[in-house]
Design a protein around this ligand. Sequence first.
Ligand SMILES: Nc1ncnc2c1ncn2[C@@H]1O[C@H](COP(=O)(O)OP(=O)(O)OP(=O)(O)O)[C@@H](O)[C@H]1O
Length: 364
Amino acid sequence: MADIEQQHIEAALKQYIDPFLQGDLVSNRCVKKIDINGGQVSVEVVLGFPAEGYKATLADALHALIKAVAGVTEVQLNISSRIATHAVQKGVKPLKGVKNVIAVASGKGGVGKSTTAVNLALALQAEGATVALLDADIYGPSQPRMLGVPGHKPESLDGMSLEPVMSYGLQSMSMGYMVEEDTPMIWRGPMVTQALEQLLRDTNWREVDYMIIDLPPGTGDTQLTLAQKIPVSGAVIVTTPQDIALLDARKGLKMFEKVNVPVLGVIENMSIHICSQCGHEEPIFGQGGGARMAEEYKVTLLGALPLDMAIREHGDAGHPTVIAAPESRITEIYRDIARRVAAQLSTQSKDYSYRFPTIMVENT
Ligand SMILES: Nc1ncnc2c1ncn2[C@@H]1O[C@H](COP(=O)(O)OP(=O)(O)OP(=O)(O)O)[C@@H](O)[C@H]1O
């Protein structure tokens, strides 16, 4: 029998189209090593995104494909994740202790941006990443309540910098920790961005793979300045299927285009209502809006969440769905979205700056 060659194994692996990368693992440089020893084949796969909830499915699929190659008697697979640091806007300094920042934005208020942001952060963590959440929704910081730590005050160990507030394993910071909940905050444009930048840079973030930023709703000057000044590697836009919300969401896409931040995709929230009594599905706010927008603007539809009372109840009670109902269908959707967000980011250009030593040129 002819010997098994590397290219036979590569061809077999290429047949598997990863649903999160939307491409095969060989072309996406996730296959790091192929060892062939007689009929024994061992393959090392390193994904650029966290995938605790997906590794077993992936292993089964790859195993079957390799096993089908003529001459293969034994397959050994080693699948792991390594999260790289990705490039941010030119001229913006990356954050200490944070590999990647992902901004979550919406064209208008009330579409469920904050709820989606916290569940996305917790879902990335469930997939195996170290995650932080910055609540930049300065007009209505809701993350302290959703994380179950309202009224909590961040500690300072040195009187200069702040320790992130820990909740469910997430590192978080919010203007909501600094002021009383019922204190009206009257912010003017430059004050907002300055205060937020300071909060962001003065916090001791610890080995964070992904920081999720819950931006204020809308696409005005404040949002534009934040998108310009905060070092962001990618953005996610939350929308409801209503046409008007979609029009606003398109403005969000344009805003990130303007500041050269790649849009990783769109999340459609409240996309369908499932009747808790009879299970009937009803598209209350219209159908397929997110998919239409994704197609028109050539961005990925990252996923769609139903309008479900449990999502609101869990958030209000201070334990978001990913924590309150980890085995539920909704958590599965959030984790699926989290993997897709991280996988889309992994295909963006990396930040190689840390690899190069500073070169000093001495004039003699
Ligand atoms: N998929 C969903 N199903 C049911 N309720 C939801 C869903 N998503 C969000 N909600 C609820 O909708 C309300 C608004 O959500 P949220 O505060 O996350 O929106 P937002 O876009 O961040 O709003 P704002 O613009 O005020 O910051 C909340 O009560 C939340 O619990």
